[in-house]
Ligand binder design. Structure first.
Ligand code: SF4
Length: 343
């Protein structure tokens, strides 16, 4: 993260670029549908041209995260959480499909020098792909991006809805593509970790032989602020597992899940889970990890309660986490550090 800040400031110094931190700038309420509002950056709404530069990557909840999804970065925190609604009809796909409606004239430049499988976060699998997709049409850029990642645009509901709203055909053959042909550069990128048949445990953890534990597969109502913790919880559980079965424990996340009646212990992650299930009447024990984002100390004590001792600072120490994930890039010439340095 510090490297990104250093790089941005180098650009500022070299080219006199004016920097604006969206968090320090105003937001204003916009109506995206009947009775439904979001708070969008005033700078976006007032700008006369936007250069939108997403990374070519997959997304565990909506399959691909490209030009349209990148616009979510213009929302304030409350609206970002609101996008991950528990409502099955007005869900994440529905919410982000509207973001294209507030776009000024724009250029979308999808950076596929490095692409990401099982995105959107750093626990995904990056690849060097050496591609750039550019268009003055946001939806066409996303259709091509999705196709290059091996996902048919018609299988991406928010893209289908945005295209319908803008009366754009979903027929990829109608897009005039210059440069490389999609077929020549297409490479399938998985968008999520595989889970077992019941969606109760990542397949890799089931294969480790973990028993007595259900870590139900996240749904689209889970926001970034909880998902960061969930990735860490899964990593810690997998790393600490020594073969002893858990005693019918389950983890619940997002805004929709309900405790199973036969679980002996249900661990509720985040304030939404705690609020939704506050009147649960089952006989199993309920353990709460309160807060938004969820409290690291409570996460550590929930783990302790199932036999895993971890220092709460693991959840907040980004350097430790960075070092853990950076190991994967050692001795891989395509990820040489010099490619990430601006001189
Ligand atoms: S508790 Fe989790 S799911 Fe609820 S709003 Fe916060 S981050 Fe989102």
């Amino acid at each position: 993260m510090n490297n990104i800040k250093v790089a941005i400031h180098k650009f500022k110094k070299r080219y006199g670029v004016k920097l604006a931190d969206v968090w320090e700038r105003p937001f204003e309420k916009v109506q995206i549908a009947d009775g439904l509002t979001l708070k969008l950056s005033t700078d976006l709404l007032a700008s006369d041209f936007l250069v939108n530069v997403p990374v070519l990557k997959t997304h565990a909840q909506v399959k691909v995260s490209l030009g349209i999804k990148n616009l979510k970065g213009f929302l304030n925190v409350g609206s970002r959480k609101k996008c991950h609604s528990a409502d099955h009809k007005k869900d994440l796909e529905y919410m982000i499909s509207h973001l294209a409606n507030f776009l000024p004239p724009s250029a979308t430049i999808i950076d596929g020098v490095y692409t990401l499988e099982r995105g959107p976060s750093f626990d995904g699998k990056p690849r060097r792909s050496d591609l750039v997709i550019a268009s003055s049409n946001l939806i066409a850029a996303d259709m091509v991006g999705a196709s290059v990642l091996g996902h048919d645009p018609v299988d991406i509901p928010y893209l289908v809805k945005a295209a319908a709203d803008h009366e754009i055909s979903m027929d990829i053959d109608e897009i005039d593509i210059v440069g490389e042909k999609i077929e020549d550069v297409k490479a399938f990128h998985k968008y999520t970790f595989s889970y077992n048949k019941e969606n109760t445990l990542p397949l890799s953890m089931e294969k480790m032989g973990i028993k007595g534990l259900a870590f139900h597969k996240f749904d689209s109502s889970l926001c970034t602020y909880c998902s960061a913790l969930i990735g860490k919880l899964l990593t810690i559980i997998a790393m600490s597992y020594k073969g002893k079965p858990f005693d019918d424990v389950e983890f619940l996340t997002g805004k929709r899940m309900r405790p199973c009646m036969d679980a002996k212990k249900s661990i509720l992650v985040g304030q939404c889970m705690c609020a939704l299930n506050k009147n649960h009447e089952g006989s199993g024990e309920i353990v709460k990890i309160k807060g938004c984002p969820p409290d690291p100390g409570q996460a550590a004590s929930a783990l302790k309660g199932i036999g895993i001792d971890i220092d709460p600072s693991f959840f907040t120490n980004f350097e430790m986490e960075g070092a853990f994930f950076m190991k994967r890039f050692e001795n891989k010439p395509e990820f040489d550090e010099s490619y990430y340095t601006i001189t």
